[in-house]
Write a protein that binds this ligand. Structure first.
Ligand code: NDP
Ligand code: OXD
Length: 316
């Protein structure tokens, strides 16, 4: 019998990736799979989860810590019968780096007019479009947490002028930052808006017509661009669509949606200057997830505090 506490895995990730990662993880621990309906989870003390089965907490009543398979935990906080135990969110360099790659890619795609050139290519049109430089544009990042701050740094390397907004004011070298009360001032300076916010009651629906109307018009791209990889629940999709149609927004890159998968009937699919990715901006590397969780389990059993624990009062 292992002395280390038992782990249950309930990750709605690709089965093969989970199996491969598990073959090198949680040495000396009993590891159970929630997907195995016959498994007795009654002694499990840790759960590593992403969109788990609603019955998990009934089957595993002795859980002491939940490890989220992603950085966002809105899906956990919304679960019925959630036990009052620590929730650890996933924070790892691989996740951070992947997100910054996606954010920089999208900002550059709009700067360099990738959607317009892709359309010209489909139509076999040879026409050079006018080209501002990155330094002519201000990218405003909403959410200056682990992911937001790394994206800010990498956007700056590409030459963009970058500003940021978060609940509490941040001090970031060379970046003008705003707290909650400075939202309008922040928006009025923003040409490309990047959403990297968690979904909470405060951020639900924050990207709406009123907010889009406050973004700077007439910047180097003519119209502002909206980029969102936080959570779809933070955007009001009918407002995004309307803003694109009437020209309040000149373009968008969306990785997250109010309903996922995005309905085939959504007008977003076929809108010019809209780039869609299927909630793939930064997928969790399962090996890194298990490495992080295992290290924290060992530390916790040695009496060390858990890191990256969710604050249930703020919801992230
Ligand atoms: P963090 O918790 O590190 O940062 C969250 C940031 O949002 C903080 O700066 C926080 O402010 C700010 N914030 C939260 N609520 C508010 C509010 N009401 N008003 C203003 N600012 C607010 O999270 P991460 O950076 O690690 O991740 C951000 C989100 O990205 C995740 O919650 C998840 O939803 C999403 N995500 C999406 C992925 C994808 O593939 N699409 C992949 C990974 C994550 P403060 O600093 O003051 O606390
Ligand atoms: C996350 C995600 O929260 O992938 O990590 O959405």
């Amino acid at each position: 019998m292992s002395e280390k506490k038992t782990v249950v895995i309930d990750l709605k990730f690709a089965r093969r990736e989970v199996d491969e990662a598990l073959s090198n993880a949680f040495a000396g621990r009993n590891v159970l799979r929630a997907a195995d309906a016959a498994a007795d989870l009654s002694d499990a003390r840790y759960a590593v989860i992403w969109k788990p089965d609603p019955t998990l907490f009934e089957r595993a009543p002795k859980l002491e810590v939940l490890f989220s398979g992603g950085a966002g935990v809105d899906y956990i906080l919304a679960m019925p019968n959630l036990p009052d135990i620590p929730i650890v969110r996933f924070v790892d360099e691989s996740l951070t780096t992947r997100m910054s790659e996606w954010v920089v890619l999208q900002a550059l795609s709009h700067l360099r007019q990738v959607p317009a050139y892709a359309k010209q290519q489909r139509e076999r049109v040879w026409r050079e479009l006018s080209q501002p430089e990155a330094k002519d544009l201000t990218v405003g990042v909403m959410g200056l947490g682990v992911l937001g701050q790394d994206s800010v740094a990498k956007l700056k390397i590409m030459g963009f002028n970058v500003i940021g907004w978060s609940r509490s004011k941040k001090l970031i070298d060379g970046v003008e930052t705003f707290d909650e009360s400075g939202l309008d001032e922040f928006l009025a300076k923003t040409d490309i808006l990047v959403g990297l916010l968690p979904l909470t009651p405060q951020t639900r629906g924050i990207f709406n017509a009123d907010l889009f109307g406050k973004l700077r018009q007439g910047g180097a791209l003519g119209k502002p661009v909206f980029i969102n990889a936080g959570r779809g629940g933070s955007q009001v999709e009918v407002d995004v669509i309307a803003a694109l149609k009437i020209g309040v927004l000149g373009g968008a890159s969306l990785d997250v949606f109010e309903q996922e998968p995005l309905a085939e009937t959504s007008p977003l699919w076929s809108m010019e200057n809209v780039i869609i990715t299927p909630h793939a901006a930064s997928a969790s590397d399962v090996r890194a997830l298990f490495r992080n969780a295992e290290a924290q389990m060992n530390d916790y059993e040695a009496g060390q505090p858990l890191r990256h624990v969710v604050d249930r009062t703020t919801g992230y």
